[in-house]
Write a protein that binds this ligand. Structure first.
Ligand code: ADP
Length: 441
């Protein structure tokens, strides 16, 4: 029996007893009054419930008589549903955030290929604006015929390579579509512009190396053929010596090329963070000796070197970079020119290496491209002096691995200055240095 039934029963029994005592009219009047009171209370309670229904997020009214039993489980269920909705919303948000964070573009389409949702990467890849493009067919936005054909063909085993040109940028996109659910499609776009560029660079590099090796090989082959076809007594000593000298020159060129290629490959394939204190003074001494040997007394060398200035780095790499820059100064400076080699700490604490020459200089338009592999401003001179076209590419790599900056200043017919600026935190303190440090003459 619920609260209403028991109240009614008490009212009826009370009214009947009072009716026995005071007469049936009074009994019925009290019963009627009691009923009226119950109706009024019920009305008030319904009003409270009505107010609560309009804002079910609040707890139900504290006491609404018999309605308490009905409202409590409803409110419990509401609370539970709210919690579940909140959890589901968090999950959906997390999924959307994960989809947003994907490096690939992701876009969902309905059965008529109308855009339903896309992440920011897809917007950027395909030039979409979800706010205005939602529910529009994808073909209205991406209008490339090959794309439209790919989407409509529904043959999606292979991806589509799409060259997407948009104002200010050109992208190579790999597009793939899959079906999920019923009549739902997901389109994934991957930007492979960088990969394609790398692949192109790799192909160019192989072609360049082949071309660089072919010339000395052809010359070498020509001499070998001549020597093979000519009987020994047909050639005098001087001719033979000249042939051998020219052959050695070509072989030396190929050796230098292969050696530079191996250096570059080592620079690219090793992590380059195993730095130890390097006695730069002695490294420079060797590089200068090599430069002077190459110069054969044709240039005036001037040195401003701080022997005590050492840095953390990789000795062989630094040696290779310094040698390349010093040798270039020799090779591109005519006889009688001046070459200054500078190694000092700057006021800001950086270590600065500079090679300044009074040589042929470089045209401004060539300067930005000098560190490209096989790029030569003066092709004839580079070849004549046995250049491989890789020296500055190596120097730039070494600089990057030491967080240094390679700067080139040059003026045509006036001379050039190549510098490597190592950050202050790369400077090694004398106490860090091993016993290999030897001062330069
Ligand atoms: P190379 O073996 O041809 O010298 P590098 O990579 O060392 O190759 O240099 C690239 C080009 O930069 C050279 O071919 C040359 O044209 C130019 N160059 C480098 N150093 C100098 C310099 N000190 N003076 C003038 N030109 C230079």
């Amino acid at each position: 029996m619920n609260k209403t039934h028991s109240t009614l029963l008490i009212l009826a029994v009370g009214a009947w007893l009072l009716g026995l005592w005071l007469g049936p009219t009074t009994g019925w009047a009290i019963f009627a009054l009691g009923l009226l009171l119950m109706v009024l209370i019920s009305g008030h309670q319904l009003q409270q419930i009505n107010r609560w229904v309009r804002n079910v997020h609040q707890p139900p009214p504290a006491s609404v008589g018999p309605w308490d039993h009905i409202l409590a489980p409803i409110y419990r269920q509401l609370k539970q549903n709210r919690l579940q909705i909140h959890q589901l919303k968090s999950q959906v948000d997390a999924i959307i955030m994960a989809a947003e964070a994907l490096p690939d573009g992701t876009l969902t389409l309905d059965e008529d290929f109308r855009i339903q949702w896309c992440n920011q990467t897809a917007s950027a890849h395909l030039g979409l604006n979800l706010a205005t493009d939602r529910n529009h067919p994808i073909f209205h936005i991406v209008r490339h015929p090959e794309f439209i054909h790919y989407v409509q063909s529904k043959k999606w085993d292979d991806s589509l390579l799409l060259q997407n040109h948009q104002p200010g940028q050109q992208r190579s996109l790999l597009i793939h579509i899959s079906q999920y659910g019923i009549g739902q499609y997901i389109l994934v776009s991957r930007d492979i512009t960088q990969l394609e560029r790398l692949e192109r660079a790799r192909k160019d590099f192989v072609a360049n190396v082949s071309h660089e090796l072919r010339t000395p090989l052809t010359v070498l082959y020509g001499f070998i053929e001549t020597l093979h076809e000519t009987s020994l007594d047909e050639l005098d000593q001087a001719q033979r010596q000249e042939y051998l000298r020219l052959m050695m020159e070509q072989a030396e060129h190929m050796r230098a090329l292969v050696s530079d290629l191996l250096t570059l490959s080592a620079l690219e394939s090793t992590p380059g963070n195993e730095h130890v204190p390097v006695a730069v003074g002695s490294v420079l001494q060797q590089a200068i000796q090599q430069g002077q040997a190459l110069s054969q007394g044709r240039h005036h060398f001037h040195m401003e070197i701080d022997d005590g200035l050492n840095i953390m780095g990789a000795e062989t790499e630094l040696s290779s970079a310094f040698s390349n820059l010093i040798n270039n100064a020799v090779r591109y400076t005519p006889k009688g020119g001046k070459i200054t080699i500078y190694w000092q700490q700057t006021a800001a604490g950086e270590a600065l290496f500079k090679v300044k020459d009074s040589g042929i200089g470089i045209a401004p338009e060539d300067i930005p491209r000098l560190t490209e592999r096989f790029y030569r401003a003066d092709r004839a001179r580079s070849r004549a002096t046995g250049g491989t076209g890789l020296g500055l590419a190596i120097a730039k790599h070494v600089a990057a691995r030491h967080q240094a900056h390679l700067a080139i200043h040059s003026e045509l017919n006036q001379g050039s200055c190549f510098s490597l600026r190592f950050p202050a935190h790369h400077v090694a303190h004398t106490t860090q240095l091993g016993p290999t440090a030897t001062p330069i003459d």
